[in-house]
Ligand binder design. Structure first.
Ligand code: CTP
Ligand code: CA
Length: 225
């Protein structure tokens, strides 16, 4: 009902949205990945475009149609996502990090396919940390005054973890949702609470990912300079 009611209230703004999930390669045919479909990030991109924004969508391994009128930048790994987001963030009014960014990547990449050896146990996979793009954006604000939004998928103590994460990351808004086998991943619906730096909490009832996206833009709008 309320959707689109806002009109072109993001006209003249540039927003960057990351979506999907990064894949961290082990060898040419294998990767460490996650269950993010990208649907929430695409809903954010579509709604921002509908509200008049110029939108850059940094899409990590998604299998969704490009939203009309949106500049889509495909990426694979967390390092590629970081580079694409930072490149687009320089003149952005807001950056929304809806992508599931792998915290770790394999320390080594095997240029050839890893083969099993007769009777031998597999070698353990060593991992190294990926950079935290959201924390970096929040600390450095590539454009002064820009609004930075994070997402947090939690399985336990959802709100307490969310509040702690908002502080730790230093972003302006954090969209917190509870995940599990059945919830959120790949679904068309979402339920969340949006935590703000000023302590306010906006619950968003279970519903279409577009409705949550519009609520995020409603909360970004008054924070834009
Ligand atoms: N994020 C990021 N770079 C990373 C990891 C996460 O930019 N290397 C962003 C995500 O896009 C999301 C937010 O940080 O917007 C929160 O991600 P989450 O995985 O919930 O947070 P973490 O700090 O990685 O905490 P956890 O240990 O719970 O995974
Ligand atoms: Ca993480």
């Amino acid at each position: 009902l309320a959707r689109g009611a806002a009109g072109p209230d993001l006209a003249g703004r540039h927003v960057v949205v990351s979506a999907g999930g990064t894949r961290e390669p082990l060898d040419p045919v294998r990767f460490l990945g996650n269950r993010s479909s990208g649907k929430q990030g695409y809903a954010l991109a579509r709604t921002a475009a509908a509200r008049g924004a110029r939108v850059t969508l940094v899409a990590a391994n998604t299998a969704l149609p490009d939203p009309a009128g949106v500049d889509v930048v495909p990426v694979g790994t967390a390092l590629e996502l970081r580079a694409a987001v930072l490149a687009a963030a320089g003149d952005a009014d807001a950056v929304v990090m809806a992508a599931a960014v792998a915290d770790f990547r394999p320390a080594e990449y095997a240029a050839g396919k890893i083969k099993k050896k007769d009777g031998a146990d597999p070698a353990p996979v060593a991992l190294v940390r990926n950079p935290d793009v959201l924390a970096e954006l929040s600390a450095e604000r590539p454009r002064a005054g820009q609004v930075i939004v994070g997402f947090a998928a939690e399985t336990d103590d959802v709100l307490a973890n969310g509040r702690e994460k908002l502080r730790r990351k230093g972003c302006d808004l954090l969209v917190v949702n509870e995940v599990g086998e059945r919830r959120t991943f790949g679904s068309e619906e979402n339920e969340a609470v949006v935590l703000a730096e000023d302590g306010t909490e906006t619950p968003v009832p279970y519903g279409p990912k577009e409705a949550l996206a519009d609520t995020v833009w409603d909360l970004v709008l008054p924070r834009l300079d």
